[in-house]
Design a protein around this ligand. Sequence first.
Ligand SMILES: C[S@@+](CC[C@H](N)C(=O)[O-])C[C@H]1O[C@@H](n2cnc3c(N)ncnc32)[C@H](O)[C@@H]1O
Length: 250
Amino acid sequence: MPDPSRPAVPPEERIPPTPSSAVTVFGDRLEVAEHYVALLATTGIDHGLVGPREAPRLWERHVLGCGVVAPLLGPSSTLADIGSGAGLPGLVLALARPDVTVTLVEPLHRRVIWLERAVTELGLGNVTVHEGRAESLWTHRTFDVVTARAVARIGVLAGWCLPLVAPGGRLLAIKGRSIEDELREDAAALTAAGADAWQVEQLGSSVLEQPATLAVLEVGDRTPSPVPDRRTPAKRPGAKRSTSTRRRPR
Ligand SMILES: C[S@@+](CC[C@H](N)C(=O)[O-])C[C@H]1O[C@@H](n2cnc3c(N)ncnc32)[C@H](O)[C@@H]1O
């Protein structure tokens, strides 16, 4: 009996054709982008990093939707992509912009292994993979730009990511169309997390049916300090810590 969790289509047949708009986004890096799409459609789906139904829209919804962000990156800047998953958007930006030094941050070991293989196979010398949560880099590293897509709502994301943004740097969060509401609802959390200013940008309207929507959060002249997690219950004097309680790194 066929395993219903396994896609029926053979891996090579899942690779979607390259749309003509891809050259506008990737220019002379198009071949590397095509190689990456082939990896997503084959081992990416087989290893469960991408859903099998995503195969036909890998270009439009995923790779082009991330690639249109590349012009926002400064020359030779440093970038951390938080919760990279299968490399979206971090790997796409690294292949589009070889001058940018990219760190993919991902806590799930299985995904890290896949990302490391993809980086080697694509010959990307400007990428390293960090196995861990964003919080594990707090106070160790900062980056000119931090990116994230589909990781958490904006107030939570700001708490995790802004302590990683260098003075004068930005968090670019690729979001859906409801981002205006999220920004309004989470405004207090954004300020508490150290965002100096924020706005919404739409990118890629000439190449995408649905342009990419970004929340851009700006940091002033100091990297924000981590905000204590308000979801962690206050410690009562004399109370014993449960062994399952996870402490956030300082
Ligand atoms: C829904 S996936 C999105 C993956 C990819 N960014 C994309 O757009 O397809 C969310 C990813 O965030 C990672 N993640 C969750 N919390 C995180 C944290 N605090 N720091 C870093 N990564 C985190 C998860 O392991 C998961 O791979």
